[in-house]
Write a protein that binds this ligand. Structure first.
Ligand code: HEM
Length: 160
């Protein structure tokens, strides 16, 4: 009799265990999907948003990535997102443009700190979940280096 009881308890334990595994699996599959759609619209406010600069058309980190400060500050007013980021070695990054309505437009310079050699730039971002085309010009006169590069900004809305 005891042996039968033991067996039944074991079966129940197995069933409960299987249920827990199943529920965990369903969550694991659904959670990332729901997290993506949760970013549809941000409430008015100011957010710190992590981001990466990617080499043109790739998922690789661009060289430019180490010349910008993370995170960016994104201000949302009635669905309009404005991103602000700080460029370091400001004297070497002589141009920084971001695509707006299909055209590369100079980001607005909000402030410049000459002693720290940085500048803060600002630009609108229509969709924080999509890659944003950007462009930078780099000039290093002492080594006669000039670079004109397309890059993409990828904001990490999961970091909000
Ligand atoms: C302020 C420092 C620099 C910045 C911000 C910079 C930025 C970039 C960017 C954005 C690219 C395109 C690929 C990518 O997105 O990673 C690139 C490519 C490249 N950079 Fe620079 N760079 C700098 C300094 C240098 C220096 C000092 C050299 C060598 C003298 C150099 C040589 C190259 C070469 C050979 C390429 C690949 C070839 C090309 O696409 O033209 N860069 N750099």
């Amino acid at each position: 009799m005891n042996a039968v009881m033991n067996r039944m308890e074991k079966m129940d334990f197995k069933k409960v265990f299987m249920m827990i595994i199943l529920v965990a699996l369903v969550f694991a599959v659904l959670a990332p999907l729901s997290a993506k759609s949760a970013h549809a619209a941000l409430a008015n406010g100011t957010y710190s948003v992590d981001y990466k600069v990617l080499a043109d058309g790739t998922e690789n980190t661009s060289r430019l990535d180490s010349y910008v400060v993370k995170p960016a500050t994104v201000t949302v007013v009635n669905g309009v997102n404005t991103a602000r980021l700080t460029i370091t070695s400001s004297n070497l990054i002589t141009a920084f443009k971001v695509e707006q309505n299909g055209q590369l437009v100079d980001a607005t310079v909000v402030s410049t700190n000459t002693s720290a050699n940085t500048r803060v730039v600002e630009f609108p971002v229509a969709d924080l979940d999509s890659k944003v085309n950007a462009y930078a010009e780099i000039k290093i006169p002492v080594i006669n280096y000039t670079g004109k590069y397309n890059v993409q900004l990828q904001f990490d809305t999961d970091s909000i």
